[in-house]
Unconditional design. Sequence first.
Length: 376
Amino acid sequence: MKYKKGKAKSPGRNPGIETLIISVTSRCNLDCVYCHNRPFFEKSGNQFRDLNIRDFERICLSYREYLLAEKIKKAEFCFTGGEPLLRGIAFYEKLLETEKKIFADEGIEVTNLLQTNGLLLDEKWADFILHRGIKTGISCDARSQDVSRPSRNGAGTLPALEEKLSILSEKEIEFGFLTVVSMFNKDFARENMDWMISRGPRSIAFIPCLDYAGAIDAGNYGKYLTDSFDAWLRHGHSGVRVRNFHFALLYFMGLKKPDLPCENAGECPCTINVNLDGNVYICDVFMGTDKGRLGNIKKESLLEMSKADKWAAIRDFSSSLPPECSGCEYLPLCNGGCLYRRLNDAKKDFLCEASKMLFARVKKFVREELFARAPF
């Protein structure tokens, strides 16, 4: 597929790589109904493969070269799978040693994140995460967990997850929840928000199920987001940052340029996926697709990929607007939406209406409820 540049909304630029999402294993202890990784792993021959330290060192060297060339002083790694905790603590000790060797003398600040289902957490893992300063994301569907994220034998996993989360709480380890919104949990927004907030996360993020079992439409996704916002309000805002509407709140409260999540920033590629076979994709939702493949890190460097025509074409496409976006009041918040969700016949983000529903609800709250209570 060729990316065709539309009407530009801003001067084109090459956004820096903000995060490397690295698959460390294809193995998993769950059988999620909407898993988009497993079909690709099985089809591509990556099933039951693990990332080795030599390949990780190659990734680090390539990332360092890119960062130094672009004069960027921050590096972020997000380790995922499969289930990344299946690799064990010893693997991550070697991994962190490799990072230190490569980045320590360059003045580059390195951040590490584990995106895990949490079911293998124990005291040793908690101590490792705490003492090594690793950020932790828990993939969880809360009250709908047993239906959408069962174990390999079909058993529910919520009680086990609740037990594991108590370990994080006891150790005072900060973590965030990541929930996939699908047709399996579309009616449980309030219950899910209540359950998650009661567990004391620092942040919550929702992502839509796009292509696999339970794929959600704009109407149901928008309702889930607005219902989640209302539930969050009932908790007195709770101190929990919800990625999907935090930036919208700031915008309608007067901050005209809040930090935007990647799906609303209009700047791709910035969060890229490095797969077990070395293939590099725009992000993990593109994994296994030719249109999303940027190159192979075993054959070419990240810096070389960033200078290639395809990278530039993706940048130009993501910083352009479909005609439908012209004049939209929410454009400063949306910027045309998610690149992946725009690559369809409609040429606009097919969850556009969901975003409008959420932004309208947040705007109404700020203008008619929050400001109405102001003592001036």
